[in-house]
Structure formats: structure tokens, C-alpha cells
Design a protein around this ligand. Structure first.
Ligand SMILES: [Fe+2]
Length: 130
């Protein structure tokens, strides 16, 4: 099960809501990936991956605006982490997506979810720690 947990809470409602939505989308990708009977499964997955990518970019922008608004000192290193991650997910080769590539998709999803979890716990938490 992929889902947002209380330990990810920053106490900034807008950012927490967006983090929840990231986990929602990732969870939907996982469910679809595991669904052996879904029609047009891979089209659906490609669509959801695009949604996750777009939403991540949108969320990072919100978070960066927030950091700037409070004059966060580690703004640039944090922003660089975001950029590296966006580069990485932009280079995911969706052409590899066909019925033989469940493992590739699972691996990609696992990487994305683990990155987001670690990033929230280690980097986003520092924004609120001051
Ligand atoms: Fe962040």
C-alpha cells in the first residue's frame, strides 16, 4: 500500500495536501500495475505517470514559493534537489512500457516513492524546523 502517513506532516496545510495527492497518484499507479484484468492497462499507467510528473513539478513550484516567502536559507540546495529529481523522472523511458515491463514500472515507481518519502522526511521537514 502506498499512502501518506502522519509522520510526513509538515503542519503547512497546502504542502501537506499536495504531498497527500502525490501519494494518491503513486498509489493509483501501483493499483493499476497490479490489476491483471484492467483494460488498456498500459495506456492508463502512462497517463498516470504523466500526471504524477506534472503534479510533482507543480508541487515543487509551490514549495519553492513557500521557501522564498519565509526567506528559507537553504532554498537553493533544496531547489537543486527538486531539479535533479525532475530530470530523473523526465528521463523515464515510457516506450519501455508494454506487457513485458511490469518489473521496470514497479522499479520506477519504487524509486519515485522512496525518493519522495526520504525527501519529505529529511529535506522538507528542515523547512519547518527553521
Ligand atoms: Fe521539497
Amino acid at each position: 500500500m502506498i499512502s501518506w502517513r502522519e509522520e510526513f506532516a509538515l503542519g503547512i496545510p497546502q504542502l501537506d495536501e499536495q504531498h497527500k495527492k502525490l501519494f494518491d497518484i503513486a498509489g493509483r499507479i501501483y493499483e493499476l500495475l497490479k490489476d491483471e484484468y484492467a483494460i488498456d492497462k498500459y495506456d492508463g499507467i502512462v497517463e498516470l505517470i504523466e500526471e504524477l510528473k506534472d503534479y510533482t513539478i507543480y508541487h515543487f513550484k509551490t514549495e519553492e514559493e513557500y521557501m522564498e516567502s519565509i526567506g528559507y536559507k537553504k532554498f537553493f540546495t533544496h531547489k537543486m534537489e527538486h531539479e535533479k529529481f525532475v530530470d530523473r523522472i523526465t528521463n523515464v523511458d515510457l516506450n519501455q512500457v508494454d506487457e513485458n515491463h511490469d518489473a521496470y514500472l514497479l522499479e520506477t515507481l519504487d524509486f519515485v516513492v522512496k525518493w519522495i518519502e526520504k525527501h519529505i522526511l529529511e529535506k522538507d521537514k528542515m523547512i519547518v524546523a527553521g
